[in-house]
Design a protein around this ligand. Structure first.
Ligand code: AKG
Length: 230
């Protein structure tokens, strides 16, 4: 793993709203995590689900990933006020689930709470063809307004008001499995359709600065301070 120096990571994160950390996990670790992810979906999720939240609560391998020193080392560079794990989720795009994830901003999931960021790690090589993450660099600095929230089924359906962006502003993150994308909860992002007929498993772990619990936090039993507030 070749991680940029902390000052560089922090400057990139501030400027773009995300950073890419190549090869955070090895191919072998991704294989193991993918097997574990399949098990979590089979044993804990509703049949046919593509998303499972609170993975660290039920699976020690994902619990260890949430606290892995390689992850926390990167987070320390972009979270000077300390690091607290909140929650994680598996997002699985099956070969027959071709839908793209529409553009959205995560802070609308957790309105009126302190800022958060997420670490997105694909467990399969991720490209435009099988549903990789797409981001709009610098969009975290703009003031977006969500005009349509998720459907009662939990499916995504968002529109973002506030000016939009040009096609050329979008970065489609074609990355190897085990590479991590750390992104702000104010960054506009989505993911491409999976038209490749292949699996795409990803784990997304969310963190914020340590603080007294907000009411929202009480629904996240795996939350834990990893780096105390400076
Ligand atoms: O893994 C994906 O396809 C994107 C998921 C996502 O953007 C989210 O859950 O906020």
């Amino acid at each position: 793993m070749k991680v940029p120096a902390p000052a560089q990571l922090s400057a990139q994160y501030e400027r773009d709203g995300f950073v890419v950390i190549p090869d955070l996990l090895s191919a072998e670790e991704c294989d193991k995590l993918k097997t574990e992810a399949r098990g979590v979906l089979d044993h804990h999720a509703q049949p046919g689900s593509s998303v499972y939240v609170h993975v660290a609560v039920v699976n020690p391998t994902f619990r260890a990933l949430a606290e892995d020193p390689r992850v926390v080392g990167v987070l320390k560079a972009v979270m000077p006020q300390g690091v607290m794990f909140l929650s994680d989720k598996i997002v699985y795009k099956a070969p027959d689930k071709t839908f793209p994830t529409p553009w959205h901003i995560d802070c609308f999931y957790w309105r009126n709470t302190r800022p958060k960021l997420s670490v997105w790690i694909p467990l399969d090589d991720a490209t435009a063809a099988n549903g990789t993450l797409t981001v709009v660099p610098g969009s975290h600095k703009r003031d977006w307004r969500m005009v349509k929230m998720g459907l009662p089924s939990g499916d995504f359906q968002y529109e973002i008001d506030g000016g939009g962006w040009k096609e050329g502003d979008v970065v489609t993150c074609a990355i190897k499995r085990g590479t991590a994308i750390v992104f702000s909860d104010r960054l506009v992002h989505g993911s491409t359709a999976n038209t490749a007929g292949k699996d795409r498993y990803a784990i997304i772990s969310t963190y914020h600065a340590p603080a007294a619990d907000e009411p929202f936090d009480l629904d996240f039993p795996a939350r834990k301070v990893l780096v105390p507030a400076a």
